[in-house]
Design a protein around this ligand. Structure first.
Ligand SMILES: Nc1nc2c(ncn2[C@@H]2O[C@H](COP(=O)(O)OP(=O)(O)OP(=O)(O)O)[C@@H](O)[C@H]2O)c(=O)[nH]1
Ligand SMILES: [Mg+2]
Length: 1136
């Protein structure tokens, strides 16, 4: 029986101080959904007998089958504590890494979270990840240590051991929070320091760095979990019990006559009770005393479990009566002791009371949102709060007030869109009639009956005044009108039938959202602000007071929509609402066409878009999909669009090859996406390619030893003749490669010559480039705007500092003779101008810098400058796809050592010779931009001012007219340069030892000692490498940390699970790129190798296998000798 009506909830929603928005976070399988069940059953939505078995919030079929949660879902609960009433908006989240993006969507809407930790497994990788997410969002965590029954039943610990174990877990968790806190304080301190440095110019030599200072004066006690602070609950969700120590403190203060405040402080910790003196003393172990927690709490629980497990009826009865509980006959006679336990414990220490009162005490209400959190939400990227326009800054107070008055601006954040079957929407559901409607109908029926009677008796009824808007039919005209009514009624039901059919099989998207300020009303018009919306820009165009209802000019990234339906989220059900006041979590219908995944909604144009959600997982697993029947392509495309909207993390793309590609976070996620696509969104059969695994190409230093570990000396080289020949064939005429790997190549028209060398970058530099790709992109944008002399981008001091720091780090890591001045000579990064490869220039007469925004270079115009872009473009192309299998490059540095361009006049003369008729069209070309874009004058323009028709640059005027055409029979000169540069890079790369890089997962596996061997076997079969193995304290569980190539990971989790009979289950997270040490082009070249491997060298080569697989997939030529040296051919004779 549902105890709370929707009306009650609506009432509670208005009392902001009694609202708690929380989510449940944990590692996979630590019992979030089970705990949610217990909390839900306290509201009577599900029966308490089913709590823990039903997993009510796992509403998808596959969630129930697999037993893991895959999406976050919300439910509103009512809780009474003393004379206070609370509304708890509870969100359950998934724990599996593949769905960590769903956690981000939940965390954003909440003010606090319940961190659940398994008492046996302790802190796991996802526990740390969710703690970090809670931290980043600035929400208050509380802790539930769950599954304590396992300590009793499975591990068979004594209460004393269990106490130590729990203490240990608590310390581990606090260590994680401590680390987060310390890093933040230090960061803030460093920031302050730089600020104060900027202000006052103290002599730098006198400063002594003491890194601990900031930490000491910052109070951090509220951050830590400690039972005495009331933010820890010990529980067993499956058995329905849980308690905070204040429960026992209250209980025992009466029994033993010690003040509850004293007990509260000493019940957890190394204190014991001196029964004679009735005093609590410190220090337990040394004297062999039991700590209070063991004596007063754990002992009782242990003895209850023991009694029930041993079916000691007398003892059970004794305990039950002493606790004053009533156990129903059904439970007390039940064969399963678990049922009895549940019945007793859930009455004795109801888990929902313990958890919900902790939440109400410790989690702030929406009114107490901190200024820090508001500022963080309002500032996108590197922007600071002070740099926002004043109207926007004013909105901060609206956030802080969280007011539901009519004047308050409405601010809503949508964190995800989730699909709901249209049939399940409240407005499409058959609704039970209300009392009034029933009464009304009865009245009508009565009257009709009376009319019939009257007609038969020939009497008339007294007339009643006809009421206009009621559907009642009155008086003697009733018959005809009644017919009409019926007809239209029928019409109605017919149209509604049609609508129904239409809505059948259709998905509606509901926005998962929270109101941060104002009241969201049904039918209200509101602005939808995209993530790139900039209030500063639009406030120029609009007045701050304008509302979404007025006529507005077009503003980028801003649209207007209507809040069509508002819903109360009740797990599997939705309830219609008229309006939702500030501070509540809600569902919004009708945003499908306006919001893709997340958005900010507001009635004020000054509202900034919220900072994007922090996603922990990187989508890495990609597959190509196509419909089984090619004619069903449109359905698939539509389905993929819907899927993209429904999942916060999936990426849906069409590759250059025309393939439709899904990119997902992992195998489980992929499976869910495909199921959704098949059964829900596209409803067609689809075929799925094998996962497309990304690789990177790179080069290394030449090896010092050969494949049989012999040192390579020149005299040992064997002339494997065909190999050398092949090598020579690869390099066409006109390309010179010297012994050092310097490649010299000319453009087809011989007007320019380039010398390029490739070098491997040190690993740290590659990592640095990867980590700072956003910064590099910002630098690129800054340089462009500087070049265009636009001052639109005010350079933020913080960004500048970060760039400086980045430069210093690069300098530190690029040292030695080879890299002299390298950092100052960086010309570009690639691919896409921000990747992990570098282009350097190293020749006289040229100056250019990516550090332009730091103000280091003077602008210099030279003959090179005009073709600068071509070289950079060639480099971008070369780094985008390498020669091995057309995958992007990584960690490669290209150095242009020579770049000669013939004098412009020479180019001109040759181009005249080559194509004399060009002169005739030259005038036209000057006007025609498509051709003109190739001429020098124009490209000079591009660099300098970008205005083409106005004042001409002095250079251009001084040049003879004919010079404008630089195209010859080989095509435009700039194009030739791009192609030449690209070729040069590729050859330079091939002149060095090339290697493939594989994407690596890190995985953490927990396994018991007996299955350890099998885990290792699976790991080594799949090229995995164990990094660390340690034993979890107090258990016989080993934690193995390993890395594993993504390419070998498919089916890994399943295989491990099968081989260990489900005892070990790994979690895979993308971590980094790693060089595969084997050379894909390797053939024996030294005498030893030749002897060892033979001429064919056909033993397995991992890198070559990967490379050829990629080449095959891309339809590139694969060098494969199918039958070589066939010894004997067998002819199968046909049976006659
Ligand atoms: N022994 C014991 N088992 C529990 C307890 N709580 C939950 N479980 C079991 O642990 C398993 C996982 O529980 P769930 O509630 O689905 O875990 P979850 O954290 O929601 O898992 P995900 O949503 O997939 O991350 C189920 O088999 C539960 O029966 C507990 O207190 N004691
Ligand atoms: Mg769950």
């Amino acid at each position: 029986m549902v105890l709370t009506s929707v009306e009650k909830m609506v009432g509670l929603q208005k009392k902001t101080s009694g609202i708690r928005n929380i989510c449940i976070l944990a590692h996979v399988d630590h019992g979030k959904t089970t705990l949610a069940d217990c909390l839900i059953s306290s509201n009577g939505i599900i029966s308490s007998r089913l709590a823990g078995k039903l997993r009510y919030l796992d509403s998808r079929e596959d969630e129930q089958i697999r037993g893991i949660t895959m999406k976050s879902s919300a439910i509103s609960l009512h809780f009474v504590k003393g004379d206070q009433e609370y509304l708890i908006n509870l969100i359950d989240s998934p724990g599996h890494v593949d769905f960590s993006s769903e956690v981000s969507t939940a965390v954003r809407l909440c003010d606090g979270c319940i961190i659940v930790v398994d008492a046996v497994e302790g802190v796991c990788p996802q526990t740390q990840a969710v703690l970090r997410q809670a931290w980043l969002e600035n929400i208050r965590p509380v802790l539930v240590i769950n599954k304590i029954d396992r300590l009793i039943v499975e591990l068979k610990l004594t209460p004393q051991e269990a106490y130590l174990h729990l203490k240990n877990i608590l310390e581990q968790i606090n260590a994680v929070t401590g680390a987060l806190f310390t890093s933040k304080v230090l960061e803030e301190r460093a920031e302050k320091e730089t600020e104060s440095e900027n202000v006052s110019d103290t002599a730098p030599g006198d400063q002594i760095y003491d890194w601990s200072t900031g930490l000491e004066d910052t109070d951090d006690s509220h951050l830590y979990f400690s039972p005495e602070h009331g933010n820890v609950v010990f529980a067993s969700a499956i058995d329905g019990w849980g308690f905070g120590i204040e429960h026992f403190a209250k209980l025992y203060s009466q029994k033993i006559g010690i003040k509850p405040t004293v007990l509260l402080k000493t019940l957890w910790g190394d204190y014991y009770l001196n029964t004679k003196a009735k005093k609590i003393m410190k220090g337990d172990q040394s004297k062999g005393k039991k700590p209070l927690f063991v004596q007063l709490v754990l002992d009782n629980i242990w003895s209850l479990y023991e009694a029930v497990m041993k079916r000691d009826k007398e003892k059970i009865e004794k305990i039950v009566t002493s606790l004053g509980l009533k156990i129903g006959p059904r439970e007390s006679r039940h064969a399963d002791p678990k049922v009895q336990l549940n019945a007793i414990c859930s009455q004795w220490l109801p888990i929902s009371d313990a958890v919900l009162s902790m939440v109400c005490n410790k989690v702030p209400s929406p009114l107490d949102i901190t200024a820090e959190r508001v500022e963080k939400l309002m500032c996108v990227g590197a922007r600071t709060f002070d740099s926002l326009p004043p109207e926007t800054q004013e909105l901060k107070s609206a956030f802080m007030k969280c007011s539901s008055e009519g004047t308050a601006p409405v601010i809503v954040f949508v964190s995800k869109m989730f699909p709901v079957d249209s049939k399940a929407l409240p407005q499409n559901k058959p609704r039970p009639l209300t009392q009034e409607e029933i009464a009304h109908r009865r009245e009508l029926a009565k009257r009709r009956h009376a009319e019939k009677l009257a007609a038969s008796q020939g009497k008339e009824l007294p007339e009643e005044p006809p009421s206009e808007n009621s559907s009642e039919v009155a008086g003697n005209t009733g018959d005809r009108k009644g017919e009409e009514q019926q007809l239209t009624g029928q019409g109605d039901s017919m149209t509604s039938k049609a609508v129904k059919e239409e809505t059948e099989n259709k998905e509606s998207f509901i926005a998962f959202a929270r109101v941060f300020s104002g009241v969201a009303k049904r039918g209200q018009k509101i602005f939808v602000l995209g993530p790139k919306y900039d209030p500063a820009e639009s406030l120029h165009k609009l007045s701050a007071q304008c509302s979404p209802t007025s006529d507005l000019p077009v503003v980028p990234h801003m649209t207007c929509c209507t809040l069509e339906n508002l819903y109360l989220l009740m797990g599997r059900e939705l309830e219609d609402l008229e309006e939702v006041p500030a501070g509540n979590v809600l569902g919004i219908g009708g945003l499908q066409d306006f919001v893709l995944k997340s958005a900010t909604l507001s009635t004020s144009p000054a509202c900034p878009p919220f900072t994007p959600l922090n996603f922990e997982a990187t989508p890495i697993v990609r597959v190509a999909v196509e419909p089984k029947h090619p004619s069903e392509m449109p359905q698939l495309v539509r389905g993929m669009k819907l899927l993209n909207q429904a999942d916060p993390c999936v990426q849906v793309l069409i590759q250059e090859t025309g393939e439709h590609v899904l990119v997902t976070a992992g195998e489980v996620h992929l499976q869910r996406c495909l199921d959704d696509l098949r059964e829900r969104f596209a409803k067609v059969q689809i075929s799925v390619s094998a996962p497309i695994i990304p690789f990177r190409e790179t080069i290394t230093r030449p090896p010092k030893v050969d494949m049989v570990n012999e040192e390579i000396g020149k005299q040992q080289k064997v002339a494997v003749i065909h190999q050398t020949k092949e090598d020579q064939n690869k390099i066409p005429e006109g390309v010179q490669v010297d012994s050092d790997g310097l490649v010299t190549i000319s453009t087809p028209n011989k007007q320019a010559t380039l010398s390029v060398r490739a070098m491997p970058l040190p690993e740290e530099v590659t990592r640095l480039l990867e980590e700072n790709s956003d910064l590099i992109r910002t630098m690129e944008q800054l340089s462009t705007s500087l070049n265009e002399d636009k001052k639109t981008h005010e350079i933020n001091q913080k960004t500048l500092d970060r760039i400086k720091e980045f430069k210093q780090k690069l300098e530190k890591n690029l040292q030695g003779r080879k890299w002299r001045n390298a950092v100052d000579q960086i010309w570009s990064f690639g691919p896409r101008k921000c990747g992990p490869n570098i282009l350097l220039y190293n020749f006289e007469g040229y100056k250019r810098s990516v550090w332009q925004c730091l103000g280091t270079t003077v602008k210099e115009v030279s003959k090179y400058r005009d073709f600068d872009n071509s070289i950079v473009s060639g480099f971008q192309l070369a780094t985008l796809s390498g020669p091995m299998c057309e995958e992007p490059l990584m960690g490669v540095c290209f150095i242009v050592e020579k770049w000669e361009i013939n004098k412009v006049g020479d180019i001109l003369s040759t181009s005249r010779q080559d194509s004399g008729e060009n002169d005739a069209t030259e005038h036209q070309q000057n006007e025609d931009n498509t051709l003109g874009s190739t001429d020098e004058g124009h490209s000079a323009n591009e660099h300098q001012d970008g205005n083409q028709s106005g004042t001409e640059s002095p250079e251009k005027i001084s040049k003879p007219k004919g010079e404008l055409s630089l195209a010859d029979c080989y095509g435009p000169f700039s194009g030739q340069l791009i192609a030449t540069m690209k070729e040069a890079c590729r050859y330079a790369l091939q002149a060095k030892p090339q290697r493939l890089m594989a994407a690596m997962y890190t995985c953490e596996i927990m396994a018991t000692a007996e299955v350890l061997g099998r885990v290792y076997a699976v790991l080594s079969k799949r090229e995995g490498r164990v990094l660390q193995e340690e034993m979890k304290e107090g258990t016989d569980v080993f934690i193995i940390k390993a890395v594993l190539p993504v390419a070998e990971s498919f089916g890994f989790a399943d295989e491990i699970r099968k081989r260990t009979s489900g005892l070990a289950s790994p979690q895979l997270v993308f971590s980094h790129w790693e060089i595969i040490s084997s050379d894909p082009f390797w053939v024996p070249t030294t005498e030893e190798e030749y002897l060892h491997f033979g001429e064919k060298a056909d033993s397995e080569n991992q890198a070559r296998k990967y490379m050829n697989a990629v080449r095959k997939r891309k339809g590139l030529y694969v060098e494969e000798k199918i039958v070589e040296h066939a010894e004997k051919q067998r002819t199968l004779s046909r049976n006659k």
